[in-house]
Design a protein around this ligand. Structure first.
Ligand code: NAI
Ligand code: ISE
Length: 344
């Protein structure tokens, strides 16, 4: 069986995912695309050499009987209505982060999915598929470093565009750490705090950069994440877990080591698209395979999208208040507890 995708949003990531499904992974095919910029949609089809129907909008694409799964790669605020319409039509959904821009929006998606009585939605939190994070999780779960006590992280981009705002450091950037870290340690966030260190002269006037976010879990683990989106030197993701018996670190990206002119060095990536290339492929392959094997996606769920949104909201509140803000989650519905579900 080939899973047939309709893509909503043919911008940077939409085109990247179209290429992955067409050329890098197996079992998927792009049969339809749409974008509010119709020219962009047509151009994507021509440039990427795919045979896909170009629809005027998401609703008509979703109704196409040949579309099994809807890939949502439009702008964040447009995600919720598309995801809800796809669930209503009984279609699978691969939705890029954020699932919705508010916790309430995520809740309505969670409720719609529960009503459909089938897991249909996977959120594009690809770091869970990165081999470095996977190895760290295996080490933690094998008790190799004892109980985790602290985690130190950094999320650095060389530069950001002028449209990037202070809250986007949370909703666009930190959101990946928010998702991957609670998955890594199987713990829930309890509170968050945000500090603004001395500002870099490379940031535009409206942007607070860098930022230091502290998340405390219910189990008492303290996590610090440096967000520095004008660091100049490269795209750099760091994560170190301090346990009672040892420490584990996310591996550096593999690169040749060069000795030249009395220096020893390796390259650092500059583009986020290159850092998680394998993880993006793996997440889409898993989406296709799990649907084929079990009839449901098994990757990050709509509930994970909700957790990320609630935590991000608390961080944005903490940016404004300068205080510790509580992360208050609803009780996890049975629907999202693995043992309670038959097909997963
Ligand atoms: P982009 O701006 O390059 O592309 C978005 C496209 O969606 C544009 O072509 C726009 O015209 C279209 N669009 C907007 N509203 C629409 C609607 N209602 N219907 C149809 N098309 C619509 O943005 P980019 O970088 O491709 O990001 C897309 C999504 O992917 C965002 O949600 C972003 O947060 C997420 N993203 C995720 C990453 C990851 O690492 N998982 C990395 C980069 C982006
Ligand atoms: C971008 O939106 C992403 O989602 C990337 O994965 C992230 O690392 C980058 O910093 C964001 O701008």
């Amino acid at each position: 069986m080939t899973l047939k995708f309709g893509v909503v949003g043919t911008g940077t990531l939409g085109r990247e995912h179209i290429q992955r499904i067409t050329n890098a992974i197996s079992g998927g095919e792009i049969v339809a695309v749409t974008d509010i910029n119709q020219e962009a949609a047509k151009k994507a089809v021509d440039q990427l050499g795919i045979e896909a129907k170009v629809y005027e909008n998401d609703l008509s694409l979703i109704q196409d009987e040949h579309v099994d799964a809807v890939m949502v790669t439009s702008w964040g605020p447009a995600h919720k209505p598309t995801v809800l319409a796809a669930i209503e039509a009984g279609k699978y959904v691969f939705c890029e982060k954020p699932l919705a821009t508010t916790a309430d929006g995520c809740t309505s998606i969670v409720e719609a999915e529960i009503r459909s009585e089938r897991r249909l939605v996977q959120v594009g939190f690809m770091r869970r598929y990165d081999s470095g994070y996977v190895q760290m999780k295996e080490a933690i779960e094998s008790n190799d470093i004892g109980r985790p006590l602290m985690i130190h992280c950094a999320h650095r981009n060389p530069v950001v565009s002028e449209t990037y705002t202070t809250d986007m450091a949370i909703t666009d950037t930190l959101i990946h750490e928010i998702d991957v870290l609670h998955w890594l340690i199987r713990d829930d966030y309890q509170s968050v705090r945000v500090a603004f260190p001395k500002k870099t002269t490379h940031a535009l006037k409206h942007l607070r950069d860098p930022q230091l976010v502290t998340l405390e879990t219910k189990g008492g683990i303290v996590i610090d994440v440096e967000i520095f989106v004008n660091c100049q030197y490269g795209y750099d993701i760091q994560c170190e877990v301090i346990g009672e018996e040892g420490i584990i670190r996310l591996p550096e990206v593999s690169s040749i080591v060069m000795r030249k002119e009395a220096r020893l060095g390796t390259n650092i990536l500059t583009d986020w698209k290159d850092r998680f290339l394998d993880a993006y492929n793996q997440e889409l392959q898993d989406f296709v395979d799990s649907i084929k094997e079990t009839g449901e996606p098994r990757g990050p769920s709509a509930w994970d999208g909700y957790i990320a949104a609630v935590t991000a909201d608390a961080c944005v509140r903490a940016q404004k208040s300068g205080e510790k803000e509580a992360v208050i989650l609803k009780e996890k519905p049975d629907f999202y507890r693995k043992k309670a579900r038959k097909a997963v």
